[in-house]
Design a protein around this ligand. Structure first.
Ligand SMILES: *Cc1c(COP(=O)(O)O)cnc(C)c1O
Length: 475
């Protein structure tokens, strides 16, 4: 591709993106393709000779786009959002064009120094104390893995990386029964083993781990000869928003010398609003906190912020420093690849800088407040419709509900049929979960361009389809 073609196709791609975003409300949110359908349209092997860009682009539109689920659709109410504000897309065009590998300060000084700054902007925006620094990771899973590795090395007096884990005491890590599966995977990959991830039962309105149970588990493990290493606390769990009492957890962890990592991957974005900070009261004493601006805040995927109080422990765990990576540089140089498991790093700070400047914190706060309010309103409206039950109250903008079928023994089947029928309809997209063993339908409002009218549409669709499948079932 020569420069002129590069220019033309870049413009076409940008135009396409703008038209795509503008047309989303008219498209079904979830892709309607069947398994194997897209794959069967793709050539079996790469071509030996070049193909014209016109053909490639036409095939993209014909074969690929219909197989996409539209995460930027305003009526995407499933999972958690993966918001990409238009301004962050523009920043990503630039990053993509420069295509720098930002592993060391010297491999792109601006990427490193901007990263330090935007992390500090976010630290202030979230109300975290000055002694937190941080690094941008690809995903919360990676940040949690890093934190678990620090827990491991710290507990083993920094011998794990060198000697391996055999012959070492059995490490134990504690979390609630509401945490994300990325915690399990971090435990597996760190060599600690699922059996040593101790799940503390939860209780109360926010499904928080019971502090006394945490304390007892730590004590029982010590007595049994295990080595407690850390606690992973949750703020806004993925299933129904499970949120621990961070202050109570940290108090117990501190008394036991344990490292604390807080997973606020989704809910962290809401902490730009001071009125929601009660959900993580005490977080200023955590050792490590992760939140994903790529979820709710609007920074194009991927962009996960890993705040840490003591970067030294992280660098001690992860830095390798072969000779060719040493920058022999000036003081104060940060090589962020020493703060993460992967060596290579994309320039992720630019989209945050663009996003925060173009919108300003106040507009982002207003967006999040709207989402929370609209979700709360929807939950109240649904609760008033006969047959609907709110299973878990809104935690920020996430709640879950269930529809009562005529035959209560078929409740799970009925609600699964309901969520499937809603998603096949295409106007909105929802996902299900299990709450105390029973199926519940999740609803979260968080898409960057969602309006109150979209949430009203969600109410209409849910009520209409529930009535329809109930009528079908009794016919
Ligand atoms: C989404 C989510 C994760 C995983 O985030 P990735 O960035 O996809 O790794 C972890 N924890 C919680 C609470 C989440 O909502």
């Amino acid at each position: 591709m020569d420069s002129e073609e590069f220019r033309d196709w870049s413009r076409r791609a940008a135009d396409w993106g703008v038209d795509y975003r503008a047309s989303l409300r008219d498209k079904p949110v979830r892709s309607k393709v069947q398994p194997g359908e897209t794959g069967s349209r793709i050539a079996l092997s790469a071509p030996e000779a070049p193909e014209p860009m016109e053909d490639i682009f036409a095939d993209f539109e014909r074969d690929i786009v219909p197989g996409m689920t539209h995460w930027q659709h305003p009526r995407f109410f499933a999972y958690f959002p993966a918001n990409a504000a238009p301004v962050s897309v523009v920043a990503e065009y630039l990053v993509s064009a420069m295509a720098a590998q930002c592993m060391l300060w010297q491999t792109s000084p601006a990427a490193t120094e901007l990263e330090t700054k935007v992390i500090d902007w976010l630290r202030q925006a979230l109300g975290l104390p000055e002694d937190f620094s941080g690094v941008i990771q690809d995903s919360a899973s990676s940040a949690t893995l890093s934190a678990v590795l620090v827990m491991r090395e710290r507990a083993l007096q920094w011998t794990g990386n060198r000697e391996g884990l055999s012959g070492q005491p059995r490490l134990r890590i504690y979390c609630s029964d509401q945490v994300h599966t990325s915690i399990d995977r971090a435990i597996w990959v760190a060599g600690i083993g699922e059996e040593n991830l101790v799940r503390i039962p939860t209780g109360g309105r926010w499904r928080s781990m019971v502090p006394a149970a945490l304390e007892e588990a730590i004590e029982a493990d010590r007595t049994a000869g295990f080595m407690p290493a850390g606690v992973i606390a949750s703020v806004g769990g993925t299933s129904v928003g499970g949120t621990d009492d961070i202050a109570a957890v940290i108090d117990i962890a501190r008394r036991n010398g344990l490292y604390v990592h807080v997973d606020a991957a989704w809910a962290g974005s809401a902490m730009i609003c001071p009125e929601y900070r009660h959900f993580w009261f005490g977080v200023e004493y955590a050792d490590s906190v992760v939140f994903n601006p790529h979820k709710w805040l609007g920074a194009q995927f991927d962009c996960s912020i890993h705040f840490i109080r003591d970067p030294e422990s992280l660098v001690r765990t992860l830095a390798i420093r072969p000779e060719y990576l040493k920058t022999h540089g000036k003081d104060g140089i940060i090589n962020y690849s020493e703060w993460t498991v992967p060596l290579g790093r994309r320039f992720r700070a630019l989209k945050l800088w663009f996003l925060l400047r173009a919108h300003g914190l106040e507009a982002l706060r207003q967006m999040i407040r709207n989402h929370v309010r609209w979700s709360e309103n929807l939950a109240s409206r649904l609760a008033e419709v006969p047959g609907f039950e709110i299973v878990t109250e809104p935690m920020l903008s996430l709640f879950s509900f269930r529809h009562q079928p005529c035959d209560e023994t078929r409740a799970d089947e009925h609600n699964l049929a309901l969520v499937n029928a809603i998603n096949d309809d295409g106007r909105i997209y929802l996902t299900q979960t299990r709450v105390d063993g029973r199926l519940a339908i999740r609803f979260q409002t968080g898409q960057f361009e969602v309006t109150e009218a979209d949430v009203d549409t969600a109410f209409d669709v849910i009520a209409e389809i529930a009535a329809r499948i109930t009528a079908d079932a009794t016919r």
